[in-house]
Design a binder for this molecule. Sequence first.
Ligand code: SF4
Length: 438
Amino acid sequence: MTDGSNILKASYHTLGCKLNFSETSAIGMQLSGRGIVRALPDEIPDIVVVNTCSVTEVADKKGRSLIRRLRSRWPEATLVVTGCYAQLKPQEVSSIEGVDIVLGNDEKLRIAEFLEQWEADRRSRVAVHDYIDIREFRGACERGDRTRYWLKVQDGCDYFCTYCTIPFARGRSRSGRIADLVAEAEQAAEAGGKEIVLTGVNVGCFGKDTGEGFLELLKRLDAVKGIERYRISSIEPNLLTEEIVRWIADESRAFMPSFHIPLQSGSDEVLRLMNRRYRTDLFTDRIVMIRDLMPDAFIGVDIIAGARGETEEEWERSFSYSESLPVSRFHVFPYSERPGTKALAISHQVKQEDKHKRVAMLTKLSDEKLRAFSRLFIGTSRPVLWEHPDAEDEGVMYGHTDNYLRVRAKASPSVYNTISPAFLSGFRDIETLEATTL
Ligand code: SF4
């Protein structure tokens, strides 16, 4: 005990995706149900939980250094490491000095049990199921720092893209039940939440295991009173059907005109090598359909630069395809080699310097797209959800429009967590527009 009381305190540290963040929050809730409270920043925790990521080599490295740092800061605490790095390399993680418990992704929401065992015998444990055996869906809904909640609706992936280790880290695709997810959304609304982002590894696969439909989930969530905005964190283009897009455009009350769709490459040959489930013609169809039905929609697109097989010729093809797309921005990721992936069998490797050049070109293209998209709305009004005050500039608030433009306006802090119209007057910087409240 650190303060002479019997109350145990835990501190939580998360790396990686929104799904991990929502699961850390679920771990915290589970432990608080057992009387273990969250340690304040200046308190010494009894338990330290690290929820790791393994999306790239760099993510593994960050995980290792975070674990070491936390161990040296709090030498007495029980140190639990979970998440994708723990799932994929449990022995490597358990060999880091001072790690007490290693839990795979399927075990992370059984943490209370493992802590009880630790209390009883103080024996280090590694509990990681093979990914093939990960079958159960464990729900999680996290309040972001601000007005937004992250609701996990799906986990795992059956796609096995050749460059990706996620199916090995998170297991096969599985989904929550609509009734449970609606109940979570209702609770979020009761707690004052205004916006929910639906998260998962491959969200569009929702319901393939349970027989429930993704569109049905969207419709049921749309009916939850109090939630004014929904967004889908990211959805594979082949799973974003015309039916879904039309429903969002024509009938939905609260699903916002903003989409995040992974392209990964604008070369059909590279998409084939990646084992992606679509080619550029399908991707173009989806983008054109969204633009036709929702001309104001924000469309963010993930793209990987320098993947194996991306020869100079395929890169040029990919870049000019990306240039032609009427999208709002790109999220650019340099290709990262992952041990154990099938992509390692593809012979053509991109030199580091070429990879850097491609990242730089795509980042510049993304800035141009974002500037052009944002410019379309200067001189117009949009509804804004006011999310947080400026840390330095008193009387200034930040928020997002319905179509995901970040804005900044002079406003009283009392507008926090409300939606009101704002006039967009010009650029503050590439990421932010100046606005005036109306
Ligand atoms: S769709 Fe492909 S890239 Fe995405 S998680 Fe599944 S295997 Fe990985």
